[in-house]
Design a protein around this ligand. Structure first.
Ligand code: SF4
Length: 396
């Protein structure tokens, strides 16, 4: 039997079972479609949303707890999308309440809701806080109205400033802001302005993504027609490091390649994705993981609804990970984290001595200055953070 086909050992399974699980809930509605978005989402319609919430609740009640003992206890719930705040408080509450009835939800569970700054009011946020949501992630993307309009966002910069103020007034003590770097026509001055505005709002967490355009993105068509000019990688890299240095100067910890947090405010839910913890996933396109198997639901909302209503599974794809897949994932996912990979822990869990198995790759990446190997810890270097995909590919 090859290493790749070896079954999971009890030691590996035990490690996964020690982590509490998360729950991801996908809400596939938005008020408008952004010009770069490739998520499974569509326009909000009240009747469709009502039918969708009913289907989501049905999918939750069908969660096979007996088959997934590692996922019975939960300490994070994450509403992503789409724009979860297109749903009513009553709809969101009904989903949270059902999760509480179905799973063993820890008292200090982190409950995050992604929010579009243009879709909320202070009253809505106060009620959202009252139903137990304790973390908000605002899709701000830019504080420049011209940039926001160019990428098709439905809100203005002032909406984002107000959203953060309203969230604080509503009692939220854990706020995250998302920005996008590398937009067409973006200049270092406009990026710097974005950073100034972001830090002035004193969020607890920042996520920054480098713009990537899928092949049918309207924004890409405009670039291809010559209406907009894409910026080069060098400038995007400069923007990333400007953010990194400034965030650290403001007391943020760069705990993951795209994420910065004030002490104690790292996203507990997203950390599950990078540390191999298990998570449930409900809704269109949602992807779950039980420590050995990954599955994802159909991306088509009508297929999702039809299947759930007919008593069928909405799962479109499943992948069973063998021992070698798991050790490889442990390497490239943990390399995303500031703390890197503890090689002794990796060997203990997976039986793989990284310095021997990947000797050639480590030598090449080290020579290129993309990784740092100190004693028993392997980390991505500062230069490696902007060439991370190249580093990760070495361990697949
Ligand atoms: S708000 Fe988010 S999910 Fe909705 S269209 Fe824009 S980028 Fe996509």
């Amino acid at each position: 039997m090859s290493r790749a086909n070896q079954p999971l050992t009890h030691a590996i399974l035990r490690v996964f079972m020690n982590d509490l699980a998360g729950i991801y809930l996908h809400i596939p509605f938005c008020t408008t479609r952004c010009h770069y978005c490739n998520f499974a989402t569509g326009g909000y319609e009240s009747d469709l949303a009502q039918r969708y919430v009913a289907a989501l609740r049905t999918e939750i009640t069908r969660a096979d707890l007996a088959a997934h003992p590692a996922l019975q206890s939960v300490n994070t719930i994450y509403f992503g999308g789409g724009t979860p705040t297109t749903l009513s408080i009553e709809q969101l509450h009904s989903v949270i309440a059902l999760c509480r009835e179905t799973f063993a939800i820890a008292a200090d569970t982190e409950i995050t809701c992604e929010a579009n700054p243009g879709t909320i009011s202070e009253d809505f946020l106060t009620r959202l806080r009252a139903i137990g949501v304790n973390r908000l992630s605002f899709g701000v993307q830019s504080f420049d109205d011209g940039e926001l309009q160019m990428i098709g966002r439905s809100h203005l910069a002032e909406d984002a400033r107000q959203a953060v103020r309203m969230a604080r007034a509503a009692g939220f003590e854990n706020l995250s802001i998302d920005l996008i770097a590398g937009l067409p026509e973006q200049k270092m001055e406009t990026w710097q302005q974005n950073l100034n505005e972001a830090f002035a709002l004193e969020p607890d967490h920042l996520s920054v993504y480098l713009l990537e355009l899928y092949k049918d993105a309207p924004l890409l068509h405009r670039i291809n027609r010559g209406e907009l000019r894409a910026i080069d990688d060098e400038l995007t890299t400069e923007m990333y490091f400007a953010l990194k240095d400034e965030a650290e100067a403001h007391g943020f910890d760069h705990y993951e390649i795209s994420n910065w947090a004030k002490p104690g405010f790292a996203s507990r839910h997203n950390l599950k994705y990078w540390t191999g913890a298990p998570y449930w996933a409900f809704g269109v396109s949602a992807a779950g993981y039980d420590g050995a198997r990954r599955w994802s639901n159909t991306r088509n909302i009508h297929e999702y609804l039809t299947k759930i209503e007919a008593g069928e599974s909405p799962v479109a794809e499943t992948e069973t990970l063998d021992a070698d897949d798991l050790q490889s994932e442990n390497l490239f996912l943990r390399l995303r984290l500031k703390e890197g990979v503890n090689l002794l822990d990796h060997e203990r869990r997976f039986g793989v001595k990284v310095t021997e198995r990947y000797a050639d790759e480590l030598a090449r990446l080290s020579e290129a200055g993309l990784i740092e190997l100190n004693h028993d810890t392997l980390k991505i270097s500062r230069a490696g953070t902007v060439l991370a995909n190249e580093v990760f590919a070495s361990f697949i």
